[in-house]
Design a protein around this ligand. Structure first.
Ligand code: SAH
Length: 392
């Protein structure tokens, strides 16, 4: 194995089992490795620290697969994946669902590898060159461990370009998945388009938050912004919401939201295709209010550099959101920008409440569902943050 030696004093994070080695921490390389090749990382004195994949075009130059010396082969990856599944033992039953995240990249010791299960179909993303290189072993091991029928790849990710890889998608194993895969979260049913849907097809990370919001939805008039395929609103309507208004820019997402509404035998909801920022202003100008407002925007900040601009976006929609909540109503507000941490998000929401002239109490602090595991050694893995607010 080729050897990557770190600079003196630059081994602390690795010793704490953080899986990323940045280019600036590297002192020397024994011989130039191929892209994705597994290399042995040592401290400045040549003591082995671990084995990881070489990414010559990324700032994160090595992503570690293991923190000891040894091969990254089929048996090793099979064992890692078995551990990832063991962490999720019993979750499908506990959350009463057939859709679960099985592999959550760095947090499961598998940098760049994300795999979700939708019923009998596994859908995977391979974001880094190291993940790409071990793709076949990972797919084989997961099919073996889960007994799932198919593995569909959704590596249509721009981040792959930073790794010198082209975005790609397609069937890797088993029969073609159905056009729409039927999943359920408790009593709520959804259809997932694993070929064209966002990410791997659905926002599984919001599962527990959908359930929590639904618990408070009975008899309330619900506004579900950034609704995608219906998520929060469909769950709220199943739980007895008085009415649901969905807003999204995407026509196909709204079409699927309609289908999901019908699938649950619900009466028609209101579907608005438009820009949430404008639609919220429109509601405000027409003095239309709601008893429960959900704000679940896409990632506004892709990097720390963009965080400042993103904060203005979050503040804007939260001001508008607060203004639309009837007295005694609820606001569920989220940020999935990893570059914005929970205290910062909370501060922005607090400022928005002030500007909107509302007195707000936090009923619950929310985060990504537990199958989107977070590892203690990888704080970057917490990306989804939310607040369930009572609005006076
Ligand atoms: N809450 C959803 C997931 C939301 S994903 C769930 O539980 O499944 C974010 C959604 O915001 C996407 O569907 C995207 O089409 C939509 N979107 C992005 N920018 C928007 C904008 N400015 N106005 C309206 N919708 C927008």
């Amino acid at each position: 194995m080729k050897i990557v030696r770190l600079k003196p004093g630059r081994d602390k994070a690795t010793r704490r089992r953080h899986p990323w080695i940045f280019s600036g921490a590297i002192d020397s390389v024994s011989r130039e490795p191929d892209p994705g090749e597994d290399v042995l990382v040592t401290d400045a004195n040549g003591m082995p620290l671990g084995v990881g994949a070489w990414s010559p075009t990324s700032q994160i130059r090595v992503r570690l697969w293991r923190f000891d010396e040894g091969p990254v082969d089929g048996a090793f990856l099979h064992d890692l994946l078995a551990r990832a599944l063991a962490v999720r033992e019993g979750m499908a039953e506990r959350f009463d669902t057939n859709a679960l995240r099985l592999v959550n990249a760095e947090a499961d010791g598998l940098p760049g590898v994300t795999v979700d299960r939708y019923d009998d179909v596994l859908v995977g993303q391979f974001a880094s060159i190291g993940a790409e290189r071990h793709k076949a072993e990972i797919v084989d091991a997961l099919l073996d461990l889960t007994g799932a029928a198919s593995f569909y790849e959704r590596s249509d990710l721009d981040v792959r370009k930073r790794e010198g890889l082209e975005p790609t998608r397609g069937l890797l194993a088993g029969p073609e998945p159905p056009e729409r895969v039927a999943i359920h979260e408790g009593p709520v049913r959804f259809e997932v388009d694993v070929r064209e849907g966002h990410k791997t097809g659905f926002y599984l990370d919001q599962r527990e938050n959908r359930r929590l919001v639904a618990e408070s939805a009975k008899g309330r008039r619900v506004l579900n912004t950034f609704c995608y395929t219906g998520g929060f609103g469909v769950a709220a309507q199943v739980a007895g919401a008085a009415s649901v208004t969905h807003v999204d820019l995407s026509g196909p997402a709204l079409e699927q939201a309609r289908r999901n509404t019908a699938l649950n035998g619900l009466p028609e909801a209101e579907f608005i295709q438009g820009n949430v920022f404008q639609e919220l202003r429109g509601f405000r100008d027409r003095a239309r209010d709601f008893d429960l407002v959900v704000l679940d925007p896409p990632k506004f900040a892709d990097s720390k550099a963009l965080a400042e601009k993103a904060l203005r976006g979050y503040k804007d929609i939260n001001i508008l959101g607060f203004k639309l909540v009837s007295p005694g109503g609820l606001l569920a507000t989220f940020s999935c920008s990893g570059a914005i941490d929970a205290p910062t998000f909370r501060m922005v929401v607090a400022e928005a409440a002030c500007d909107a002239g509302r007195r707000v109490r936090i009923l619950r602090e929310l985060r990504q569902a537990p199958d989107h595991v977070e590892a203690l050694n990888f704080p970057e893995g917490l990306y989804l943050k939310g607040l369930l607010c009572h609005v006076e």
